[in-house]
Design a protein around this ligand. Structure first.
Ligand code: MLT
Length: 258
């Protein structure tokens, strides 16, 4: 079973981290939302404390199957899933393969389309850099785009945590994770079928998953609303937890009351 952190009792909510991070990125949600909810934050295969035996790409489908197995292991039939960036890609696989386990969705800083050839080439270059120069060099490359300039100036604790998570990821996992994302399926056609309540949370300054990408997904999803977190980039849950948690709490409250 995937290593995971958990808090509270009530409606199960599973938090799926982005790349190359781990369950620690959800600390402000684990600390701030545990009243009335059973919060579960796994480390995906290869990340944090979850091992990734073998070789080859860490695919979105294998992560989704691991999440279904985690629910089985915890005796949970259905959960709300909240995924950020790669976590969102995993949730599209989850919907494709295990939709009966999904009660509602929260999609943060993510996108439904597959990579362009250019994006795949960038991923393979970053994978080579990780293997050649180590994870610290990946942290140097990523931090300016995952955290807004406001966060980098004012939140040294967030910068330090992000660096720690990236530097703590094995370079081999970084390469296998990049390849897994490069091979992911385009999920754009899936959006109109996602008939569970969906909340989109995006940072206004995100250069990786810009607000326009969220707006377009929101228009294709049958039961979705979107909230933009001002001043945050790709990790709005860490950059401005209060602005992130408020709409999330409201959404979870509405799902509980259904
Ligand atoms: C993430 O935060 O998970 C990554 O930005 C996803 C990606 O590289 O596409």
């Amino acid at each position: 079973m995937l290593s995971h952190q958990s808090r509270g009792t009530g409606l199960p909510v599973v938090f799926v981290h982005g790349f190359p991070f781990d369950s620690r990125m959800w600390q402000p949600q684990l600390d701030g939302l545990s009243d009335g909810f059973r919060l579960i934050a796994p480390d995906l295969r290869g990340f944090g404390r979850s091992p990734a035996p073998g070789e080859g790409p860490l695919t979105m489908d294998s992560h989704a199957d691991d999440l279904a197995a985690l629910l089985d292991g915890l005796g949970i039939e259905r959960a709300v899933f909240c995924g950020l960036s790669m976590g969102g890609y995993v949730l599209f696989s989850m919907w494709r393969r295990h939709r009966e386990r999904v009660r509602a969705l929260v999609l943060c800083s993510t996108r439904a389309d597959a990579d362009t050839e250019g994006a795949r080439a960038n991923r393979r270059a970053l994978a080579e850099r990780a293997l050649r120069e180590g994870a610290a060099s990946v942290a140097d490359a990523m931090i300016p785009s995952v955290l807004s300039s406001e966060t980098r100036e004012n939140r040294p604790d967030v910068v330090a945590l992000v660096r720690e998570m990236i530097e703590g990821t094995d370079p081999g996992t970084i390469a296998r994770g990049q390849e897994g994302m490069a091979r992911r399926t385009d999920s754009t056609d899936l959006l109109p079928e996602i008939n569970v309540p969906t909340l989109l949370l995006f940072g206004s300054e995100d250069p990786i998953s810009p607000v326009a990408v969220g707006d377009e997904m929101c228009r294709s999803l049958p039961d979705a609303r979107m909230v933009v977190i001002p001043g945050a980039a790709h990790l709005p849950n860490l950059e401005d937890p209060a602005a992130f948690n408020a709409p999330l709490l409201e959404f979870l409250g509405a799902v509980t009351g259904e």
